[in-house]
Design a protein around this ligand. Structure first.
Ligand code: PHE
Length: 403
C-alpha cells in the first residue's frame, strides 16, 4: 500500500467516524441524567461511604419500580466514586464526576472535611451538591449550590452539653478530639461553649489524629484530671479504640460522642467498653415513626441488616434531588432538557443547573425517613437530635432534643 492510498483511506475513516458520531451524539439514543456520588467506600471511615451507597441504591430501586428509573423521560444513572476516606482524593473524584462523567448534581460527602474539599469544585462548576450528613457549619457556607439534609454542629454540640449537664448531671469533663478533622474540632468547640455556658468545665482537652491507634498517653493525662465523663467528638474507628484503652487504663467514666460514632462497626471495635456510653444521632431505629419503619423494612429486605443514620440521610438526599428534577421536568420541560448528558458544557446546561439549584433550595416540609426537611436560606436543615445509649452491646433510644 502506498502512503498516498493509506492517507486516502484514513481520510475516509475519519469522515465516516465523524458521520457516525454525529448520528449517535444527538438526543435520540444515549441521553441520560448522570448523578455523581462520592464517599469513603474504603479507608478509615469505610462504613460512611458504604452506607451512603446503600441508601442511594434504595432510592434508585424505588425510582426504577415506580418510574422505570426515569425522570422527565431520561434514564437516571448514579456514578459512584470512592475517595478512600481522604480529603485530597475527594477533590480529585469530584473533579472527575463533573468533568468526565458530566454529573448534573453530586451527592456526598458524609465527613465534613471531605465535603469541604469537594464543595468548592461543585460550587465553581455550578453543579448542585447535597451532603446527606456533614454537620460542620462551614460546609454550606462554601456557596449557594451546596446543601445538606442534617442539623449543624452548633445544635449537636448544645445537645451533647445539655444531656451531659442536665440529664447526666455532670460538671467536669475531659475532651479527646481529632485535631485533623474539621467536624471534630468544630464539635469540640461548640460543646465547650454550650457546656461552660451551663456551668460546666473542661478539665483538659487532648487531641489525636485520625488513623492513630494508641491513645494511652492522652488517656493517662485525662485520668490525672479525674473528669466525670470523657467527650469524644470523633469517628467510630477511633472512638471504639479509645473506649477499649480507657477501660484498660482503669477509666470507668462514660464516654460521650456525636454522630461520628454512628456505624455498625462501632460496637464491633469497642465491645463491652462502650456500655454506658452515649452519643447524639440523627435517628434511633427503635423510634416508632411510620416512615422510618417502612424504610427499615425495605432496607432489611434488601441488605439483610440494619441501616445506620447515614443510609437514611443518603436516601433522603437522593429523593430530594429526584423530587427537584421531577418538578423541573414538569414545570419547564424545555429547560429540563439542558440536563441531558449531550448538553454537558452548554449554556442550556448552565441554565438548567441554576433552575435545579433553585428548586432544591425551596425544599419545604419534605417527609424524610430521618425527619421532616425544610431548607433555610442558608441551605441547611433543622431537625431534632436523638441521644443513643449503648447498653448490653446494643444501641437504644434515650431521648430527643428539638431545635
Ligand atoms: N457529621 C459528621 C461530619 O460532619 C459525619 C457523620 C454523619 C458521621 C452521620 C456519621 C453519621 O463529619
Amino acid at each position: 500500500m502506498t502512503s498516498r492510498t493509506l492517507l486516502r483511506l484514513s481520510v475516509v475513516a475519519v469522515l465516516a467516524s465523524g458521520l457516525i458520531s454525529a448520528g449517535c451524539g444527538g438526543s435520540a439514543s444515549k441521553d441520560e441524567l448522570v448523578i455523581g456520588e462520592y464517599g469513603s467506600l474504603t479507608g478509615n471511615d469505610a462504613t460512611f461511604g458504604q452506607s451512603t451507597k446503600n441508601g442511594v441504591e434504595v432510592a434508585l430501586e424505588e425510582l426504577t419500580a415506580q418510574k422505570q428509573g426515569k425522570i422527565g423521560g431520561l434514564p437516571v444513572r448514579v456514578q459512584v466514586e470512592d475517595d478512600q476516606s481522604k480529603a485530597e482524593e475527594a477533590a480529585t473524584v469530584v473533579q472527575k464526576l463533573i468533568n468526565q462523567d458530566r454529573a448534573i448534581a453530586v451527592l456526598g460527602e458524609v465527613a465534613s472535611s471531605r465535603s469541604l474539599a469537594g464543595g468548592p469544585i461543585c460550587q465553581n462548576a455550578g453543579v448542585p451538591m447535597i451532603s446527606p450528613s456533614s454537620t460542620n457549619p462551614r460546609v454550606t457556607q462554601v456557596g449557594d449550590y451546596i446543601f445538606r439534609m442534617c442539623f449543624l454542629d452548633q445544635f449537636q454540640g448544645t445537645v451533647m452539653a445539655r444531656f451531659t449537664a442536665q440529664n447526666l448531671k455532670l460538671r467536669k469533663v475531659a475532651i479527646l478530639k481529632d485535631s485533623k478533622n474539621d467536624y471534630s474540632v468544630g464539635l469540640a468547640r461548640f460543646f465547650t461553649e454550650a457546656f461552660t455556658g451551663l456551668g460546666g468545665s473542661i478539665v483538659t482537652e487532648q487531641a489525636y489524629q485520625s488513623g492513630d491507634n494508641d491513645f494511652r498517653a492522652q488517656l493517662t493525662a485525662i485520668k490525672a484530671k479525674n473528669p466525670e465523663a470523657i467527650v469524644v467528638p470523633g469517628y467510630y474507628t477511633e472512638a471504639g479504640l479509645i473506649a477499649r484503652q480507657a477501660r484498660e487504663l482503669g477509666l470507668k467514666q462514660p464516654l460521650i460522642g456525636g454522630d461520628g460514632w454512628e456505624s455498625e462497626k462501632l460496637i464491633e471495635i469497642g465491645g463491652d467498653a462502650l456500655n454506658g456510653c452515649v452519643y447524639t444521632n440523627h435517628w434511633a431505629l427503635d423510634l416508632q415513626e411510620p416512615r422510618l419503619q417502612a424504610f427499615l423494612k425495605t432496607y432489611r429486605d434488601k441488605y439483610q441488616g440494619d441501616p445506620d443514620a447515614i443510609g437514611g440521610l443518603a436516601y433522603d438526599a437522593a429523593n430530594v434531588l429526584f423530587g427537584a428534577l421531577e418538578k423541573l421536568a414538569e414545570q419547564d420541560p424545555q429547560t429540563f432538557k439542558g440536563l441531558a448528558s449531550s448538553k454537558a458544557g452548554s449554556d442550556a446546561r448552565k441554565a438548567a443547573e441554576k433552575r435545579l439549584r433553585d428548586l432544591i433550595a425551596t425544599t419545604t416540609s419534605y417527609p424524610g425517613v430521618t425527619g421532616t426537611i425544610t431548607l433555610d436560606e442558608n441551605r441547611n436543615a433543622s431537625k431534632p437530635a436523638v441521644v443513643i445509649e449503648i447498653k448490653g452491646g446494643k444501641k437504644t433510644y434515650n431521648s430527643s432534643f428539638n431545635p
